[in-house]
Design a protein around this ligand. Sequence first.
Ligand SMILES: [Zn+2]
Length: 349
Amino acid sequence: MSAKSFSIAPVATVLIFFLMIQLSMQAPLNGSKWSYIGPDGEKAWPKKYPFCGGVFQSPIDFHKDILQYDSNLLPLEFIGYNVPSTDQFTLTNNGHSVKMYLSPTMYIRNLPFEYTASQLHLHWGNRNKSEGSEHTVSGKHFAAEMHIVHYNSEKYPDIAAAMDKADGLAVLAILLEIGPFNPSYEKIFRHFRNVKYKDQTVQVPGFNIRELLPDRLDEFYRYEGSLTTPPCYPSVLWTVFRHPVKISQEQLLALETAMYCTESDDPEPLEMVDNFRNVQEFRERLVFISFREGFVVSLVIVCVLGVLIVLAVAVWLLRRKSCKNEGKDNRGVIYKPGAYKEEDNISKP
Ligand SMILES: [Zn+2]
């Protein structure tokens, strides 16, 4: 009996998994749609896309209780990211975000598999509330967030085959905050006026996609999660860079105001704003980090400084004490040399 119940559980799990995939695949065929607001907003996603109500969901909040330093995490290597300007990327408005298809010659290394680039897209807030990042750090949103989506090209022929597999995708997340004008992001942003409405596309000359990443690539959060949009497959190995990239206030405003979710002839245009999913529960899981937490580092620095100060004071006190003692001895010594000299002189011939 125990052997029987042991074998049924995994079979049932697999069956439920396939049923969920089946339902998710059918959903778009049934004309289902999703959005970030209204009756098709994220609370309704699990009805049509069951994975959205399932496990390993993203985005999440990074807070110290779930972070664990892992010294084995290597910085990613970017191959083929410098795309010549003679090549072109297709930029499109898909009704949920602005998305740029990437070159299949771009891939990343230093993950369990090699992952080939597929597309990048952005998530943002609105002109009155520039808090549109998906991932948050200690509850704090950043202004916006860019995702560079890659698929496991060692195991799967294309992104469609990979996207519902547990080891199918690797997404890089870049947090954006306000700072100086960013000429690299402008290489995408300056085309927004050509993708104002859903299904519009424009060609963008190739450039070095590495320019869109932060300078510090060695510090990141790593965890297993999901797509942040329906069908929310739990198939993503996330790398969220710790250091945000800066874009100007004007560039952020362009992102927040340039596009619509609707087609150009729609009588009720819907602005493309607040296209981020709220953070998901993160229980019994860990986020691995490639850096020592600032708090721990500061604590160590404070402790070391404290010990050094105590040592310095102790040495100073000891020296002061020994100086006093030497002073006492010296008084005697000063007197004595005179006596010796006399004795010396006397003893000289
Ligand atoms: Zn995304």
